[in-house]
Design a binder for this molecule. Structure first.
Ligand SMILES: N[C@@H](CCC(=O)N[C@@H](CS)C(=O)NCC(=O)O)C(=O)O
Length: 204
């Protein structure tokens, strides 16, 4: 299998951590590609018309996207119910938390594209501030969720780790550790896992 990948992508990092935790990383070749808004990549658009990474390309040639669906596929390959509970109330809790975290990552990426890539004269600060506020509110919600922060590892915790890692990587001036000490402790604990440590984004 091949995974389209960038070391800076929090979505690709989520899949990489999941694959390591599931013992499947040796079956996956990481293929580094560059995608960015405003830049054509005709070859890659044939694989994913959305021109986003990651996608998982199976040996059969079939393509799986997006990052959550890839994680779900890998979880099933590893026996099922490992990072995504197979059934019951916890399944829906984890999936809902993951959706919230996915939205937070989307908002962070929009802020990044708006503030780093869009021509300065065209930037819409009210809009990017609104997206950052969604991220901050999401962090506050998880900071007060002791049960979520202390459960056995699942895909929502991996996604939260990727949110916090991306905040450090691209928004180093936002003091999330000071505002959310429980998230800080959670992040420290996650960093004890080699999957989390080796997948940290490169120095910005
Ligand atoms: N919902 C997608 C989001 C993926 C995504 O936004 N990836 C970013 C990289 S971190 C990307 O490919 N951006 C390129 C673009 O939007 O042009 C997933 O979970 O895989």
């Amino acid at each position: 299998m091949k995974l389209t990948f960038s070391p800076a992508s929090p979505f690709a990092r989520k899949v990489r951590i999941a694959a390591i935790e599931l013992g499947l990383i040796d079956q996956i070749e990481l293929t580094t590609i560059t995608v960015a808004p405003g830049q054509a990549n005709a070859e890659y658009e044939k694989i994913n018309p959305l021109k986003k990474l990651p996608v998982l390309i199976l040996d059969s040639g079939d393509v799986i996207l997006d990052s959550y669906v890839i994680a779900e596929y890998l979880d099933e390959l590893a026996g099922g119910g490992r990072l995504i509970p197979a059934s019951g109330p916890l399944k829906w809790k984890v999936k809902t938390e993951h959706s919230l975290l996915q939205g937070m990552l989307d908002s962070m990426l929009l802020c990044r594209y708006e503030n780093a890539m869009r021509p300065e004269s065209l930037r819409w600060k009210v809009w990017s501030d609104d997206h950052w506020n969604r991220v901050w509110s999401g962090m506050a919600r998880f900071d007060s969720d002791a049960a979520m922060l202390s459960r056995p590892l699942d895909i929502a915790q991996i996604a939260l780790t990727c949110v916090l890692g991306y905040a450090d990587f691209r928004f180093a001036d936002r003091p999330w550790r000071k505002a959310f000490p429980n998230l800080d402790a959670f992040h420290q604990k996650m960093l004890e896992r080699s999957s989390v440590k080796i997948s940290l984004p490169p120095p910005a």
